[in-house]
Design a protein around this ligand. Sequence first.
Ligand SMILES: [Fe+2]
Ligand SMILES: [Fe+2]
Length: 284
Amino acid sequence: MKIDKQEFIASLGGPSAVDSMNPEAQADAIEDFMMKRLNQHKFGLALKGLNEPGVALDASGKYPTMAEIEAQIETRDYRRGVGNLFLSHTGSVPKLPPMPARPTLADYFKQRFVFTGNHVLQSANLAMKNGLSEEIVLACLLHDTVQELIKVDHGWWSAQLYEPYVSEKVAFAIRYHQALRFYEDKAHGYEYPEIYRMFFGEDYKPEPYIEAAYQMVRNHKWYFETRMVTVNDLYSFEPGVNPQLEEFTDIIGRHFKQPKEGLGYDNSPVAHMWRSIATPDRPL
Ligand SMILES: [Fe+2]
Ligand SMILES: [Fe+2]
């Protein structure tokens, strides 16, 4: 999917606003922008829905200053790291269909992964077309779904959500795809994205915890698997490509340990995370 740079910058509030964001926030914003774009194609949402409340261009087309953007934090009624399920994308949040008593991964895909589903299906589809292993395809299929719950540090959150149900290798690839996004590896077909250079600056250095994670993963036996999540991630934002979950049923069956009590009800250390996705309208 091609990004209109001007539109992207405007959606964040202009060049000074982009400069004022930390690099991780910028990377997340790009991913978020592309996901919204995908969903826009999927649901036919109005273009203005891309702009977050309070960061739209003013009537004269002038970008806000950094100070104005900074001030806008306090005008927003949400924080930008909040999960998609907890945000209104159209003015109000939709009523969610109830989940079955013993929900499966497929149930979550169909009823809760509304904003991330298409993106991860496209990633998994691309990984499959590229002839990658079933574990890599699964990692691609799951890598961003936790963003329904929370976006901040989504690689770590996502790996945690899936750890009890997938191999250590799959969880590893999911966790560290977040860090590898910033580091080029031409031998594996991953170039530092041009759009990152534009937004982060030529001299950009990722935060120390990201750099440390990258250094560790680079020399790890599962580097390839992790790298492949980023390779199939960045180039998978294609409108019009609409892979279905059913295409991955066999891979899920072989590599995802579906608990018989249902996700959220198996007393695992992450069951509460699944319940929070299942029932985000509970007040406490
Ligand atoms: Fe991601
Ligand atoms: Fe992604």
